[in-house]
Design a binder for this molecule. Structure first.
Ligand SMILES: [Zn+2]
Length: 191
């Protein structure tokens, strides 16, 4: 038995129609493809809105799912970690930017609450690595590395390290280079 497609007008076997559909499968597929392409932005917008409006439900559903499938998820990630490595990095980078204030606040809090411990740890570490540290410092000084200049700006001018920009470091580096050259010149003259 044959039926005529209302779209392309061809007579085709019944199996070539989806049930109760007057367009043949081929035309129906074509139509669906076109429809999806034309409404892609709407769908994206719809999904975006939906996510915002249902964020709590979504989070809860995800949380439940994770809790119930934690073993499988861990197993899967373990096997497929390399697929996530780049995404993870990208995610971490984004997270750091978007939550900069939050992270700062958390660090500040942690440092305030653990000040003694951190100090002790730092002292102990420094004592154990004093020689290396000295060497490292000399090297940084000789090469005018960022860390050395940042320390200098912090100590000499009281500028908070977090407020020191790469431009400030570069300016100071250039200034120091001029000083050093002048010093060498003076020494050469005095010899
Ligand atoms: Zn057709």
């Amino acid at each position: 038995m044959k039926k005529q497609c209302t779209k392309c007008g061809k007579w085709k076997e019944l199996e070539e129609f989806y049930r109760l559909n007057n367009q043949c499968r081929e035309c129906a597929k074509e139509y669906r493809k076109k429809f999806y392409a034309e409404h892609i932005d709407e769908r994206k917008e719809y999904r975006r809105k939906y996510r915002i409006e249902h964020i709590d439900e979504i989070k809860e559903t995800n949380r439940k799912y994770r809790a119930e499938h934690i073993k499988e998820i861990k197993e899967y990630v373990k096997k497929n970690w390399y697929k996530y490595a780049d995404k993870q990095k990208e995610y971490g980078r984004k997270y750091k930017i978007e939550h900069a204030e939050e992270i700062k606040e958390r660090n500040r809090k942690y440092c305030a609450e653990h000040a003694e411990e951190i100090k002790k740890r730092g002292k102990k570490y420094y004592a154990e690595h004093a020689d290396e540290a000295k060497e490292y410092e000399l090297e940084n000084r000789a090469e005018l590395k960022d860390g050395y200049i940042r320390n200098g700006l912090n100590k000499s001018y009281g500028i908070k390290k977090s407020q020191i920009t790469p431009e400030m470091i570069q300016d100071k580096r250039e200034q120091l280079m001029v000083y050093r050259e002048l010093k060498q010149l003076r020494e050469a003259i005095n010899e």
